[in-house]
Design a protein around this ligand. Structure first.
Ligand code: PLP
Length: 464
């Protein structure tokens, strides 16, 4: 064994303690560190020839890199829909690395059984029935990709061809219909050989809504003359957190032949709150469902789940069996269900958080975030020079300059907010007008944080 490795092995408990000390110090300072680092990282030194050992690596990291990392796990980072990491999920994540299990399947470990247990709990949390089977993947983009891959295989089944065997060309042109799809859906269609241009926008409801007009969807499906197609419904859009009427869309299946994929990356968490659960009513009718976990479940990157009602088709797409063994049956190992063969045990951080806080604890996070978003919305409405771009429907506040919201002026507002170090928001365009959005999904955020964020935004607005 190399001497640096041998020495580290001899000192392992002490080194883990050192890493723990650094993590504790950083997390203790998280609420007060600048939310983002705007300058660029220094250029890289050359590859080390002689190893320095773990303690020296820790020291070098602390000195050279630690201050360059953002406070995105903290309470006032409101960019995208980011979420933090609960204490239990961090513990689970550390142990995932310590045990270093290969979650590909039943390979002499109970790790895959823990993933199945966690998937069952998540299914229940989101109101899905046992007809949905799931698997962990890295994020909602991959979850959407897996769901749409199964949809593509279903189209093949309807047309009497196996896409998994013959390729996507066997399908001819495919139509994918959606009202306000997330950008990752187009990416998935590119990966799957369906093509970004096959994503057809269906009109949304009027009055500043992002939810699909179900009547228009009905008419578009009718125009296809019975050709099987894919509908991507959206449960929680990124600008205004609008929800398609999932029950009404599912009811269209009585007249039209389509696969229903629901992108509920963070919107699925509405199911945890009795006051908002109606927004995802009908989710269980979906053929495939995408839910992110590194957002509103507050587990560390990276983790999401995908659910489907047609695991047989999923196996047809993703199986890794030797051809002479045929397709796996029964309860297939995860490597036959996901793009990866070898897999990190991503379920463990989620398992820890669900055990530590339960349905009630996670419901409290969701409801607090929603209440705080409303509060910030009220503050922004009362702030001179700003207006809401849309009502605060759930956990995102979308707003812009009251007068002349030109791109350069909204960019200047975003920059001034980021330079305050108090919060970080992401830019968007809503209804053709540049805007900013503040997304609440972090378990640490409190009313005091909303006060600080509102003050920082108001002072930035007064300077633009
Ligand atoms: C965030 C998000 C995605 C993509 O998620 P990643 O985890 O970044 O891959 C897809 N759809 C929606 C609605 C999202 O909010």
């Amino acid at each position: 064994m190399h001497p640096a490795l041998a020495e580290d092995l001899a000192r392992l408990p002490e080194l883990l303690q050192s890493a723990r000390d650094l993590a504790s110090r950083e997390l203790a300072g998280l609420t007060e560190r600048p939310v983002v680092r705007l300058d660029r990282a220094p250029g890289p030194p050359s590859l080390p020839d002689q190893g320095a050992g773990t303690q020296a690596a820790l020291d070098r990291f602390a000195e050279r890199w630690a201050s360059g990392f953002s406070g995105s796990a903290g309470p006032r980072y409101l960019g995208f829909v980011t979420g933090g990491a609960t204490p239990a999920s961090v513990a689970g994540d550390w142990l995932t690395s310590a045990y270093d299990q290969n979650g590909s399947g039943a390979v002499g470990s109970w790790a895959d059984a823990l993933e199945r247990e966690t998937l069952g709990w998540l299914r229940e949390l989101f109101g899905l029935s046992a007809a949905h089977s799931g698997a962990f993947v890295t994020g909602a983009t991959v979850s959407n990709t897996v769901g749409l891959a199964v949809a593509r295989e279903w189209l093949g089944e309807r047309l009497g061809v196996s896409v998994a065997e013959e390729g996507a060309g066997a399908l001819g042109a495919v139509d994918v219909l959606s009202g306000s799809p997330h950008s990752s859906v187009a990416k998935a269609l590119s990966v799957l050989g369906i093509g970004r241009n096959r994503l057809r926008r269906v009109p949304v409801l009027g009055g500043g809504r992002e939810a699909v007009d179900v009547g228009a969807l009905d008419a578009t499906l009718a125009e296809l003359g019975g050709r099987p197609t894919i509908v991507v419904a959206n449960a929680g859009t990124v600008n205004t957190v609008d929800f398609d009427d999932l029950r009404a869309i599912a009811a269209l299946k009585e007249r039209h032949d389509f696969w229903l994929h629901v992108d509920a990356a963070f919107g699925a968490f509405a199911a945890l709150s009795p006051a908002h659960a109606h927004l995802v009513a009908g989710l269980d009718a979906a053929d495939s469902v995408c839910v992110d976990l590194h957002k509103w479940l507050n587990v560390p990157y990276d983790a999401a789940v995908q659910f489907t009602r047609r695991r047989d088709l999923q196996v047809a797409v993703f199986h890794n069996a030797s051809p002479y063994l045929g397709l796996p049956t029964g309860d297939p190992d995860f490597l036959h269900l996901t793009p990866e063969n070898s897999r990190r045990l991503r379920a463990l951080p989620a398992w820890f958080s669900l055990v530590a806080y339960g349905r009630e604890g996670h419901r409290e996070i969701v409801e607090r975030n929603v209440a705080l978003a409303r509060e910030l919305g009220d503050r922004i409405e009362d702030t001179e020079g700003l207006r809401l771009s849309a009502p605060v429907r759930l956990n995102v506040v979308c707003f812009t300059l009251d007068r002349d919201p030109a791109q350069d002026r909204v960019d200047a507002l975003a920059r001034a907010v980021a330079e305050s170090g108090e919060t970080f928001l992401t830019p968007t365009v809503f209804g053709g007008v540049p805007a900013l959005r503040a997304g609440f999904s972090n378990w640490r955020t409190t009313r005091a944080d909303v006060e600080r964020v509102a003050d920082a935004i108001a002072s930035a607005a007064s300077a633009v």
